[in-house]
Design a protein around this ligand. Structure first.
Ligand SMILES: Cc1cc2nc3c(=O)[nH]c(=O)nc-3n(C[C@H](O)[C@H](O)[C@H](O)COP(=O)(O)OP(=O)(O)OC[C@H]3O[C@@H](n4cnc5c(N)ncnc54)[C@H](O)[C@@H]3O)c2cc1C
Length: 386
């Protein structure tokens, strides 16, 4: 067997599997390697669904990436019978003073999106399942919705393999040697070489990148998500949107009840730093696992605060400024990096995969990725400099 490739992708999760697919479309001889068998529940993509908002509260720079990602999700949906995306609309809400809500509205206007700015009264009347405070406002984007993340990764995987890409599963990469114009990648028992490398190891990126002499401040953390029995007349996906609340009590996000699964809700802030090897993956070991989201539901969506149907854990990997890292390695132009997706990366994974495929084949991309530079000082605080 020939173990040489044009590109090796280390980590075939959300970003890596998408990159493998876009490379395969270009006819690039690609090997994807994953420590598990994606989609799986050990990294950052588990839990069935992810929200896609286009009017990004994270800042206007994210909006063009979200719009490109949506176009690519729609393309992907046309290539499979699996459900990729459901247009439920997304409601972003919080006090009128919330920078996140303001930025969502600004993004929507700047990029000429179809958004509505609503008062608390208008929200509560339109969706009787909501109970916003009088001082709250909301940005409603009807074109946002829900991505079915496991289906998406499965579809990328199938199409990439159909196009001739290769995938090694259950094969943790144990060592990477970098030469001037090639890389050697080792798993337990096998050695592969390539001209280019993509590093997309999610919560494991801190370790992988530090082995590549790139000590950036990315920190994994334990997160939880739970599904609650809810009044489907009020919260089913036909009528109720995805939601993101930037609130004085915390930042919460969630999904309407899909196929009777109940409302799914998670807390965006207040995670517990933990390396992926050490994380306690049992839901419910801390009172806050259920307590935090229960408190949110009682206050803002009381008819969705029924019995808990299920709960699970997942990992965020945050950078200090919560902006992503999508760039070439500062010292090795044949290595591209996708890291630090800070709990809001999934929706972009089509666009990120496309960008990574361009970075390794052309050395550049048409998308503006300056915000995601691997050289920005925020990634190198004093504590991680070597
Ligand atoms: C609970 C939760 C809810 C979220 N909700 C949203 C949302 O609504 N909208 C949104 O846009 N984003 C959301 N996110 C964030 C989003 O899911 C992540 O940003 C995204 O999945 C990160 O993708 P990734 O490719 O970096 O990581 P992963 O998808 O985890 O992929 C990394 C892969 O690398 C592999 N790997 C690691 N080390 C090695 C190694 N040594 N060798 C081989 N393979 C290796 C892993 O097995 C894994 O498959 C959420 C995240 C969580 C945890």
């Amino acid at each position: 067997m020939n173990h040489h490739y044009e590109v090796i992708v280390v980590g075939a999760g959300s970003m890596g599997m998408a990159a493998g697919y876009y490379l395969s479309r270009k006819g690039v001889r690609t090997l994807m390697i994953d420590a598990f068998d994606p989609p799986h529940s050990n990294g950052s993509h588990s839990g069935d669904t992810r929200l896609i908002r286009h009017a990004c509260g994270e800042g206007p720079a994210y909006a063009p990436l979200a719009l490109r990602a949506q176009t690519l999700w729609d393309d992907l949906a046309a290539k499979t019978s699996e459900t990729i995306f459901r247009k439920t609309g997304v409601l972003t809400f919080g006090p009128a003073s919330s920078p996140f809500v303001k930025q969502a509205i600004d993004s929507g206007h700047t990029w000429d999106m179809d958004i509505e700015t609503l008062s608390a009264g208008e929200v509560n009347e339109r969706w009787p399942g909501m109970a916003l405070d009088d001082a709250d406002i909301a940005c409603y984007e009807p074109d946002g919705g829900v991505l079915f993340s496991d289906n998406c990764i499965r579809t990328f995987r199938r199409l990439a393999l159909d196009n001739g890409a290769e995938l090694k599963t259950d094969a943790p990469v144990t060592n990477i040697d970098v030469a001037a114009d090639s890389v050697t990648v080792e798993t337990d028992g096998e050695v592969f070489t390539a001209e280019q490398l993509i590093v997309s190891g999610g919560a494991w990126n801190k370790k992988i990148l530090s082995d590549l002499k790139m000590n950036i401040a990315v920190q994994a953390s334990r997160r939880t998500i739970a599904w609650f029995k809810s009044n489907d007349l009020l919260y089913k996906a036909d009528t109720f949107p995805g939601f993101f609340g930037d609130l004085p009590s915390g930042v919460f996000y969630g999904f309407p009840s899909i196929d009777g699964a109940g409302v799914k809700v998670g807390r965006y802030d207040n995670g517990d730093d933990a390396e992926p090897e050490c994380i306690n993956r049992e839901f419910g070991i801390y009172d806050k696992d259920e307590g935090d989201v229960r408190g949110f539901l009682d206050a803002y969506m009381p008819e969705a605060s029924g019995r808990m149907n299920a709960g699970s854990t997942c990992l965020f990997t945050n950078t200090p400024d919560e902006n992503f890292v999508i760039d070439l390695h500062p010292e090795h132009s044949h290595i591209a990096i996708a890291a630090g997706f800070s709990g809001h990366g999934y929706k972009f994974s089509t666009a990120v995969g496309e960008i990574l495929s361009e970075l390794v084949t052309e050395g550049t991309t048409e998308q503006d990725i300056s915000l995601f530079s691997a050289k920005r000082p925020a990634l190198y605080p004093e504590s991680v400099r070597t």
